[in-house]
Design a protein around this ligand. Sequence first.
Ligand SMILES: [Ca+2]
Ligand SMILES: [Ca+2]
Length: 312
Amino acid sequence: MNQGNIPAGYWRRLAWSLEGTAEGSKSICYSIQSINGGTASVTRTVIVDGTNPTNWHGFLPDWTNDPTPNCSIQVQDALSGLNTSELYYWYWTAATGTRGTFACTTSAANGSTALERITATDVPFNQEGGTGQNQVYFRAYDRAGNFSDSGWQTVKIDLTAPQDWRNFTVTSVGGTGLTPTCTVQVRDVLSGLSVSAGAYYRFSRDGGSTWSSFYRASITGSDGTTAFQTLTATNVPFNQQSATQNKIQFAVRDVAGNWGYSPQYTVATKYTTTLELQNASGTIGQTVTLQATLRRVSDNAVLSGKTVSFSV
Ligand SMILES: [Ca+2]
Ligand SMILES: [Ca+2]
């Protein structure tokens, strides 16, 4: 195309449009010839992009215990790439209605054509809910001005620890009587228990003044269960006889990350004993003396001064 004459010593902006051009990266060469026969040219790349950003997926978080969580999602633009200064979000609760527009943050470079994550930071939902009470919506532009939306995403928030501890039971006393096995039941009513995070217990031998570190307990069920589950602490090593000084406490987590702690239960323990009878054979008409020895299983110590009754 001929763009006319340019007087010596003056600038001119040259503009033209490309119509019907297929999408993609185009190389455009502009050459100019001066009136005295000299030439010059310049080549530039133009990306023709009529396609919206796509590939929305990977929304986070799943369950969270943060009342003002970061919410993020992945999106991609394959031609001109994402415009990192035009990434937006809105949020909604019944109390606030729709709030926005706000700018997302991202670590993506401007014009990135890779799958990138964009983030709505510290969204102030400030309430629990896992079924649509808290929602967020994203919009991303590419560098050519095309945009697309993620649709409303549900943000699941659980701020309540596992609860309703019940049915604490000593199910066996152990071989010595001093290492009982204890069970208790608990549930979580929103995100559910995290069975894969494990259950724990700690114990005290001085009435709760000092405590052991936490040990693993077993737990029934699977991740996300909202039904009562049973925790078991096997053979808790109190190793002392006491009606009042042995205490145990359980810990368990929900899927959203809230830890719950049981009440401190008292576990009364008593020594287990064995009774050995010496040979008592004799002759009719003569007196036979019965002899028995009472021992403590934990250390095999002989216990004296005890009354033993025989029935023959
Ligand atoms: Ca595009
Ligand atoms: Ca919970």
